[in-house]
Design a protein around this ligand. Structure first.
Ligand SMILES: NC(=O)c1ccc[n+]([C@@H]2O[C@H](COP(=O)([O-])OP(=O)(O)OC[C@H]3O[C@@H](n4cnc5c(N)ncnc54)[C@H](OP(=O)(O)O)[C@@H]3O)[C@@H](O)[C@H]2O)c1
Length: 242
């Protein structure tokens, strides 16, 4: 197990993924109309996690489809950050391989902290046309696909990011799981069933083809609050002979 990676690995940030999911494992309805369905307690949990992170990241469709600004979420959490020797506002990162982020997204309406758009060389051209005035930095990493390991190393080295919180969606999470970059998974299981075969889940994208290759986690804590379960899983290192 490698749960101390956040403090012991000088090259990469410690990566947390935080998601709310329905009891049938969906993170939004199939038509994407509903994606915010956790309780006030779940929202507070999200803001508490953001208050531990140097940077918060999400995928382009999450930025487009939800009303999120990826910020600390109020004075109380800003003060908490300062007490922890973190800047009052976290860095924000939006991932879009094709550079197709909606320039009208809520995240661009609030300029309290820098926004990095992470993309590919192809996407960087598109970002140049539509988002250059909104993003503080456009980072192109990899060739046809984003190289997340290289980006996280850059983030740690050049921006001093030691803890990175990823808030989905499923496609971005999958890329991080496949690159073996997720140290901790925070899941809120909500007592609802959404159904729908095309409803997104916490990890979509390409996925793993073999059980032996699957990302392995171990349950670290479970807490029931009202009708929701708050679960924390920590990454387990793969055995070399699997
Ligand atoms: N319940 C929750 O906790 C929760 C949390 C987050 C999101 N959501 C919901 O989940 C839905 C969005 O999830 P999603 O899986 O459809 O989208 P997503 O992961 O937010 O964004 C997908 C987009 O991000 C970019 N991207 C992600 N991984 C990439 C990679 N490996 N390489 C290059 N680009 C990559 C691509 O952008 P381009 O197409 O621009 O290249 C891709 O189309 C929304 O309905 C959202 O509201 C729910």
């Amino acid at each position: 197990m490698n749960s101390k990676r956040g403090t012991s690995n000088a090259n990469l940030p410690f990566v947390l993924v935080n998601m709310a999911m329905s009891a049938d494992g969906k993170i939004a309805t199939a038509n994407r109309a509903v994606s915010s369905f956790g309780s006030a307690r779940d929202h507070e949990n999200l803001l508490k996690l953001r208050a531990t992170a140097d940077a918060v990241m999400c995928g382009a469709r999450t930025a487009d489809l939800s009303d999120i600004n990826l910020g600390p979420g109020g004075r109380r959490f800003q003060r908490l950050r300062v007490r922890r020797d973190l800047p009052e506002y976290n860095l924000r990162i939006i991932v879009s391989g094709s550079g197709s982020v909606n320039p009208d997204a809520e995240v661009f309406k609030q300029g309290f902290s820098p926004i990095i758009v992470l993309t590919t060389p192809r996407g960087a051209k598109q970002v140049g046309k539509s988002l250059l005035h909104l993003a503080n930095e456009v980072i192109s990493c990899g060739k046809s696909e984003i190289d997340f390991t290289a980006f996280l190393k850059w983030l740690r080295r050049e921006r001093g990011v030691k803890r990175l919180l990823c808030e989905g969606g499923g496609e971005l999470n999958d890329a991080l799981f496949r690159a073996d970059l997720v140290d901790e998974l925070h899941l809120t299981v909500c007592p609802k069933i959404f159904g729908g075969r095309s409803a997104p889940t916490i990890a979509d994208g390409l996925g793993f083809a073999r059980l032996a290759a699957a990302a392995q986690f171990q349950l670290k804590s479970s807490r029931r609050v009202g009708g929701e379960m708050f679960l924390v899983f920590v990454r387990q290192r793969r055995a070399h002979n699997q």
